[in-house]
Design a protein around this ligand. Structure first.
Ligand code: FBP
Length: 559
């Protein structure tokens, strides 16, 4: 727990920062009314999704407008909140906003945090969140107040256990703060409670630094703004080092498990020489060999200009976008799930490796054997509880360095290259997930939490808190909710078809990618690096409150 004795100067200043609520929420939850839109559909696989979510499919989009609301303040309620999945800057402000929103309707409303993520619901570990508890966590990074976890509530026993504990606590609602997988869990719980006629509403809040939980109504997931600003500071610092020393090629892998939004945003802010975008690799069906050729081409061209230095950004999820690797990973996912028990009996990684090779189709076993052994072993590591490969553990930047070096050696032999290729590798991921939230994320998360309280108090369930119009001042943001089922499709997880929220990938016909495609040639050869420096919390709004380039391109078109 944070105590008065471990508060830094910045922390103390941030405790005094008062997040600015959207005007519509300012007068409190008892002074806003929900306006219902048209019924909705899932993004794909309508019939399958509908058959799983019989009670919560097709609900309308909700928007809030000013107006007296007599319903919400009537009886005092008890709400549980859980932080789920990877940390993202601003989580504490969601809790802070939720508490303020609940209290704005009725001072007797109570908020409880489930400890350690969804497992806290199953183990019934809770703590009450009071004004005093939240006092030292306002506008701070991290999830340390109640911690997080990746436990998935999926078996019928777990659903029954969740129900039993929530009823034991006499809770009226549960707020799930999470990414696509966690909010899928929230949707399943909302459906389960409706089916079981349990009067508990479930509301989701869009969190993930990866930025891949978004659509027309969820313009950004919280944490993306702060995390990309932190990575941009680090990458910008490396760019300045490159310009000063002029002797290394830096290969930087950035977090972003499935989508390349983080890499694209950091690319905009720092203008490195090579930026790989997984979605483009997939669309062009590029092989690993072609990616290596593309990188080597830039290295050779720069060497000819006397520049044996540079910087490359690669999203951690790249590996899953390369068609041949995607096929390999998908086969590995199924094999690891199918032979889970047998694999546990094997003595060491080599035996596991041999066993897996023997089960793979010939062409994939050849591909697996051609990879550096470390990478091949990393591909076999345990999947997360949702069945995803843990790409944060796969050192793709080292794989690229090794393969580009080999390519350059061959070019040297053929007298087509005579430069020097000294490399340094980096992975920036965990550094950005618990940073002190930017002003944008501090305001956004406070609004998302407050808005979630409004959804709960209006009896909504199976909804995701939606705050939009985000490139405008926070006073002008619009609030409401969208049904979680609207974002669902069916995907293969752990060898089975499952309903999941569809990830929002980088769109190649979207304004951000188009803007990048126009600029990248210039970035590759002329050194136009940018050095954004650290996040600023105080000073002119043009520096402190500005959000991501991605959102600006998305909302303002060509800029
Ligand atoms: P969420 O989608 O749960 O927010 O997590 C995102 C992320 O930070 C990814 O960028 C990264 O690959 C992953 O979490 C790492 O997971 P872990 O925290 O389990 O190591």
């Amino acid at each position: 727990m944070v105590q008065k004795s471990n508060i830094s100067e910045l922390h103390a200043e941030r405790l005094n920062f008062q997040p600015v609520l959207p005007n519509v929420l300012k007068k409190g939850v008892a002074n806003i009314k929900p306006v219902l839109g048209k019924p909705t559909k899932s993004v794909a696989d309508f019939d399958k999704v509908k058959s799983i979510f019989e009670n919560t499919y097709g609900m309308p989009v909700v928007s809030f407008q000013a107006g007296k609301n007599a319903v919400v303040a009537k009886k005092a309620i008890k709400v549980g909140v859980v932080l789920s999945g990877g940390q993202a800057p601003g989580g504490h402000n969601v809790i802070y906003g939720l508490l303020e929103g609940l209290k704005s309707a009725n001072k007797q409303n109570k908020l409880y945090g489930f400890l350690g993520g969804p497992s806290g619901i199953l183990d019934n570990k809770t703590m009450e969140i009071t004004d005093k508890v939240i006092e030292l966590y306002k506008n701070t990074g991290g999830f340390d107040l109640i911690q997080s976890g990746r436990t998935k509530i999926e078996s019928s026993e777990q659903f029954a256990q969740a129900k039993a504990n929530i009823l034991k606590n006499k809770m009226d609602a549960l707020v799930f703060v999470g990414g696509d997988d966690s909010n899928t869990n929230a949707a399943l719980l909302a459906e389960y409670f409706k089916k079981e006629k349990v009067n508990v509403n479930v509301i989701g809040v869009p969190k993930t630094i990866d930025g891949d939980l978004k659509n027309e109504y969820i313009e950004a997931s919280f944490g993306f703004d702060t995390a990309t600003k932190i990575y941009s500071e680090l990458v910008g610092n490396i760019c300045r080092d490159i310009n000063s020393a002029r002797k290394y090629w830096h290969f930087v892998r950035l977090m972003g498990r499935s989508a390349s939004h983080i890499t694209l945003e950091v690319g905009f802010k720092t203008q490195p020489n090579v930026v790989l975008i997984g979605e483009e690799v997939l669309a062009k069906k590029m092989t690993l060999g072609q990616i290596i050729d593309q990188i080597a081409d830039v290295v050779v061209k720069r060497a000819k200009l006397g520049k044996n230095f540079g910087i490359l950004l690669v999203p951690e999820g790249l590996i899953e976008f390369i068609p041949e690797m995607k096929e390999l990973i998908s086969n590995l996912n199924d094999l690891l799930a199918e032979h889970e028990v047998h694999l546990k009996t094997l003595q060491n990684v080599e035996d596991e490796f041999k066993f897996i090779l023997s089960k793979l189709p010939k062409h994939l076993s050849a591909l697996m054997s051609s990879l550096p052994i470390d990478i091949a072993c990393q591909l076999m590591l345990d999947r997360d509880p949702h069945g995803n490969v843990q790409v944060s553990l796969i050192e793709t930047e080292k794989l690229l360095i090794e393969m580009v070096s080999k390519k350059l050696e061959a070019l040297k032999k053929a007298k087509k290259y005579s430069g020097k290729f000294s490399t340094i590798n980096h992975f920036f991921g965990y550094e950005g997930r618990c940073g002190v939230p930017s002003n944008f994320d501090a305001n956004y998360t406070f609004a998302l939490g407050y808005n979630a309280a409004a959804l709960v108090l209006n009896g909504m369930s199976g909804y995701l808190s939606s705050v939009k119009n985000l490139t405008k001042k926070s006073q002008d943001w619009q609030c409401g909710g969208i049904p979680l089922t609207m974002m669902m499709n069916i995907e293969r997880r752990k060898g089975k078809e499952k309903p999941v929220i569809q990830k929002a990938l980088v769109k190649l016909n979207g304004e951000p990618f188009k803007a990048f495609a126009k600029q990248r040639k210039e970035w590759s050869l002329s050194d136009c690096y940018m050095f954004p420096g650290p996040i600023q919390y105080f000073g002119p709004a043009s520096v402190t409150d500005i959000t991501t380039k991605t959102l600006q391109y998305e909302q303002n078109g060509k800029k």
